[in-house]
Ligand binder design. Structure first.
Ligand code: APR
Ligand code: MG
Ligand code: MG
Length: 196
């Protein structure tokens, strides 16, 4: 896995031109559904299967011509999610954390999270196949299972065994905890089960 570390909020500009800036977002919505009629889904949390076979969050590199981090992120979202991305316009208030990656490239990643209504999120999922980058940079959106099945591994523990780009796995775990999408003890149990 790539070496990543958490950085101070707003990190990036002071880190020198060798660091490229990136922005990514976790989109989520509450869900009343139950898998098999008994396992609560609780929240829909979106990630994407990327062109490189890794899981990551929608977003990407911020260009010099983007007016701000958030403008660049929203531009990337329009490219990767299609016109429905306008329903999830990301602002400074949605900021969660910054991450620094030293290898294979020097990148400062800025991570955001945004809560949508279930209706808006489902509309966005439906429209994402019409995005410019669909089938190219983005192979498809995926929902993260937040439950653990009776065998103690199926669900989130198995999902965490996938390959994640950059700091995406750390970002996922951080957001699930700090946004209260999963109780901290259940989250820690799932992480332990994924490492067995
Ligand atoms: N999700 C995705 N990427 C992340 C994440 C995350 N949560 N956290 C950090 N990254 C890092 C990755 O190392 C990634 O390569 O940020 C980099 C840029 O993010 P992308 O979403 O891959 O960038 P994008 O602008 O969408 O461009 C796609 O085109 O120029 C190529 O190789 C370049 O990966 C880039 C691709
Ligand atoms: Mg992109
Ligand atoms: Mg991208």
């Amino acid at each position: 896995m790539a070496a990543v570390r958490k950085a101070a909020p707003g990190a990036g500009s002071e880190m020198g031109p060798e660091y490229k800036r990136a922005g990514h977002v976790l989109l989520h919505a509450p869900s009343p559904s139950k898998l098999f009629g008994r396992v609560p889904i609780r929240h829909v949390v979106l990630m994407q299967m990327r062109f490189d076979g890794c899981l990551g969050f929608p977003g990407g590199f911020i260009d010099a011509k983007d007016g701000s981090l958030e403008e660049g992120l929203n531009r990337e979202l329009a490219e990767e999610l299609g016109p429905g991305a306008s329903a999830c316009y990301v602002t400074e208030n949605d900021f969660i954390s910054s991450w620094v990656m030293e290898s294979p490239r020097k990148i400062v990643g800025h991570f955001y999270a945004k809560r949508l209504s279930l209706g808006d999120l489902e509309q966005l999922e439906g429209g994402a196949v019409h995005a410019k980058d669909h089938g190219l940079e983005v192979m498809g959106l995926v929902r993260v299972p937040l439950y653990t099945l009776r065998d103690g591994f199926g669900g989130l523990p198995a999902f965490l065994c996938n390959n994640f780009i950059g700091s995406a796995k750390e970002q996922l775990l951080e957001a699930l905890g700090c946004l209260g999408l999963m109780p901290q003890n259940k989250l820690e149990e799932a992480v332990r089960a994924s490492q067995k």
